[in-house]
Each structure stands twice: as C-alpha cells, then as structure tokens.
Design a protein around this ligand. Structure first.
Ligand code: ADP
Ligand code: GLC
Length: 473
C-alpha cells in the first residue's frame, strides 16, 4: 500500500469555503479505509484547532530565499488519516483565509510556497511518501520546487506527483517579481513553464511539472482542453492529455443523508418522506414566507456567489420567476453585486424571495432538505457537490449540462439545460415547476435521485489505481 502526502489549502471540518474542503475532508479517509497510508497537510489558519491537536515537530527547517522561517508542525489523527498543520503564525494567523475585506492577501504566493516547502521538508525530515498528491494552485509549487531546488535530492526525485485541478478558474497568478520572491530560477520564466502573459502562473507550473494530472469529473477533463473552458491553459492541457484523467468526486453520506442528518428539523427516507415536508415548513416559517408557500414548489440555492455559478442568468430571469407559482430561498455570499441583488429581490417581493447572505453549514443542510427543487445553472462546474447532495435529499436539481453537473444528473433524476442563456434556464425551471404539481411522478423522481450512490468508495478506487500505475510506471 502506498504512502500518500496530500497538500491542500482547505480541509473540512478544520476550515471550509467550498467543495475542495468537502473532498479533502472525505477522500483521505476513504483511501485509508481502502488500505492506503494518508497524511494531509494544510496551513494552521487562525481558528483551526481541536482538543486532539499535538505538536508533531518543533522548528521544521523551511528555507525560502536563504531565510529559515519559523515553522512547527501540529497534528491530529482521525479515521486513520494523519492530519498535519503548518503552524507559521506570521503567514496564517490572520483574519480571513485567502483574503481580507474582499482583497486577496498580497503575499499569497509566499504563504502557499511555505505550505509546499513544509511538505517537502516533512518528506525529508519525517517520512518520505511514495506520492505527493497536491490540490489546486495552492499545492502547485510543490512539484516545481521538487524538480528545481530539490533536484539534487535523489530520494525526493523518486516521489511521484499528482496534481488535482478542482477549479481551473483560480490559477495563482502573480506579477513577474514573484519569481524572485519565490526563489525560483529565472530560467523557469518562459511560456513552457511558469510564465503566462508576462506574469507568474503557479498552477501552470504545477501542470507542467507534475507526473500526472486529474480533475474532478470526466466531462470537465475534456472541457478544459477547449478554449471555452481552458482559461488560456487549454493548449498546455491538450499537450498533457495523455496524463490527464477525470475522476468524479464522491460525497460523504455520513455528513449528507436526510435519514441521519442532525441539522434537520425532521429526518426522512425514500420510504417515508413525511419529514421532508417538516423541513420545508421550517424554511417557510424561518424565512417568513407566506403559508401558501407550502403549496407551491420551493426552490433552493446554496452557493459561493462567484462568476462561475450562473448568477447573471438568475438576475435576468428573476422578474419572470416572480410570476411563477414558486418561492426561492438562497444561501450564499461572495460577490457584493449578487449579495445586493438577492437582498433587493427580497425587499421587492418578500412573499417570493428569501435570502441568508453569509456562510452557514447548518442552513446549507436545511435548504438541501427543505427545498423542493435545487438550482445550479453554472457557467462551468468542475464537479459540483450540491447537486449530488440534493439528489440524496430528494430535491431534484435544475442544472446546466456542464462538467460534473452533466456527469451526475440525468433526465430521470433532475432537469438539464444546455445553452448558457437566461431563456434556457427559465424554460428548465418552468418545466421543473410544472412537473412538481404532478405529485406521484414527482415522488418517483425524488426516489430515483435518492437511490443514486455517489459515495467515495468507487472514486477512491480510481485514485488508488492511478497511484499504483504511477508507482509502477
Ligand atoms: P464550489 O466548491 O465551487 O463552491 P461545490 O458544489 O463543489 O462548489 O461545493 C460547495 C460546498 O460549499 C458545498 O458543501 C456547499 O454546501 C458549501 N457552501 C457553499 N456556499 C455555502 C454557504 N454560503 N454556506 C454554507 N455552505 C456553503
Ligand atoms: C471546486 C469546484 C467544484 C468542485 C470542488 C471540489 O471548488 O468549483 O465544482 O466540486 O472544487 O472538487
């Protein structure tokens, strides 16, 4: 069995802003159950702590540009996984993980360089893994340092590197001066390595230097090789197509199952759906929707308010939606424009639109359960987890057929539209609303979705096969 060292910027339950944290909180445990030895490394941000944390290594030697940084490694072991935290308060003990007041930290390249360098130092000082499995641009410097700075360490050169792309829209792009700040040889500053339109692109460096690349759904692995979805990296990804695979994310049904979910006002199962109506009643009352809302479909959204998620389409159909027999409850935060849009909608038609602007794991579970129809009209979606959760919660989703949404939803369990256009979304939503009134066939649709199994076991097996292949190759 292989020793895997994973590196990522967020891991549930320690810290979470999106689906990456869910994956990092569940894939390692699934791999451990399947017999792999897994260590997960992330920064010890402010607020990341637990009663079971202990100091694993005092003063790990982490060097950047001739300067030795003060870095300790803390850890805890849960479900057979060793979680390790880079304790470097200068970089991580701040208000906000990636940004503050809507502005990214100016030294994010250094912050995540420290994370990657700490992983390499752990490999040298504590235990050499067989595979470095790094995630997104925050982990992308690891293979870059491994193949440049550490080229003289023969043992380290044996370690295979796998980079998983969770979202190509975030590449870690910094000004040209970052090369020097990261202590990287200027020889790597060319279009075949880290240079990207005059800037330094960390994800690109990782895409070039890693042994293998994966992304989080088969469909997205194809899409990112096209100009529409490649964010300028499609050429490089096509060149690497022979070492790029899509492995669909799994989900953790111990966390997301309406039969056992302790956040819900009532539990339910495919055999006995009565509790779902209680969950809907809770939302209607909590958000002050009129009692009639119980007799019409309740649409739900839980999302980061990011460009990727299709809120421009929702903005364009909101007026028409208000005339439909429905209500909409939204949980999310991010781009202030969409935050304001949802506040305005609620002020305009409080009988139809409700919102919670912010982040609440508890409310995310309650909306998955209490809504009748889930909305995810993404412009692009590497995998998407909420549509998978909504299947399990008997909340058929209306999705745009892209990336993981296309791979996980079909016409039997949800509703798909293809063109990224407000009219296409509106038609999809209208059709779903209409179907909802046919109660018997709707329950059939709910149950088909609830019966789907996207648990990790299958996908974890795909990762295992890939590790094996890398180690044998
Ligand atoms: P992404 O990673 O692009 O944000 P995913 O669908 O993969 O999209 O995962 C999003 C995860 O973050 C889900 O677990 C979802 O419930 C959660 N989430 C998103 N926004 C919020 C929010 N405002 N409050 C609570 N949970 C949220
Ligand atoms: C990213 C993607 C999302 C995916 C998640 C976990 O945040 O936007 O589609 O589900 O990563 O892989």
């Amino acid at each position: 069995m292989a020793k895997i060292l994973m590196v990522a910027s967020e891991v549930a339950p320690f810290v979470k802003t999106g689906g990456l944290a869910d994956v990092m909180g569940s894939l390692p445990a699934a791999l451990a159950r399947a017999g792999e030895t897994v260590t997960v490394l992330m920064p010890r941000y402010r607020g990341v702590n637990g009663a079971d944390f202990r100091r694993v290594r005092e003063d790990l030697p982490v060097w950047l540009n001739g300067f030795r940084h003060r870095v300790n490694i803390d850890g805890c072991d849960r479900e057979g996984v060793a979680y390790r935290f880079v304790d470097a308060p200068w970089f991580y003990d701040r208000e906000g993980i990636y940004s503050s007041g809507g502005k990214d930290w100016g030294d994010n390249h250094i912050r995540y360089a420290i994370l990657c360098l700490a992983a390499l130092a752990m490999a040298q000082e504590l235990e050499m893994p067989d595979v470095f499995h790094v995630h997104d641009w925050q982990g992308a410097l690891l293979p870059v340092y491994q193949r440049s700075w550490f080229a003289g360490d023969a043992r380290l050169q044996q370690v295979k590197t796998l980079l998983t792309i969770h979202n190509l829209g975030y590449q870690g792009r910094f000004g040209a001066a970052a090369m020097g700040e990261l202590g990287l040889d200027q020889k790597l500053f060319h279009a075949g390595a880290l240079e990207y339109y005059g800037d330094v692109n960390l994800l690109k460096g990782g895409l070039v230097m890693s042994d293998w690349l994966t992304t989080v759904s088969p469909r997205y692995a194809q899409e990112i090789q096209t100009a529409e979805y490649g964010f300028g990296l499609e050429g490089l990804l096509r060149e690497r197509a022979g070492s790029l695979t899509g492995i669909l994310n799994g989900v953790d049904y111990r966390e997301w199952d309406p039969a056992t979910d302790h956040y819900l006002p009532a539990n339910y199962t495919p055999e006995d759906l009565r509790g779902k109506r209680e969950c809907k009643r809770y939302l209607v009352e909590y958000f002050g929707l009129p009692p009639e809302a119980m007799e019409r479909p309740l649409l739900g959204i839980v999302s980061r308010f990011a460009e990727q998620k299709g809120f421009d389409l929702i903005e364009q159909i909101a007026g028409a939606l208000a005339d439909e027999p429905m209500s909409l409850v939204v949980l999310g935060s991010g781009n202030p424009h969409w935050e304001q849009m949802f506040r305005n909608l609620t002020n305009w038609r409080p009988d139809k639109f409700a919102n919670w602007i912010g982040f609440s794991n508890e409310m995310a579970h309650r909306i998955e359960a209490g809504a009748d129809i889930f909305l995810m009209p993404s412009r692009y979606e590497p995998c998407g987890l909420n549509q998978i959760y909504s299947l399990k919660y008997g909340t058929p989703p209306v999705v745009r057929a892209t990336g993981g949404l296309d791979d996980t939803i079909d016409g039997e369990t949800g509703f798909k539209f293809w063109e990224y256009h407000p009219e296409a979304l509106l038609q999809g939503v209208r059709y779903a609303i209409e179907r909802w009134y046919d109660r018997d066939s709707w329950q059939g649709r709910m149950r088909r979705g609830m019966a789907k199994d996207f648990s990790w076991d299958r996908s974890a097996g795909d990762y295992q096969r890939l590790y094996r292949q890398l180690l044998e190759g």
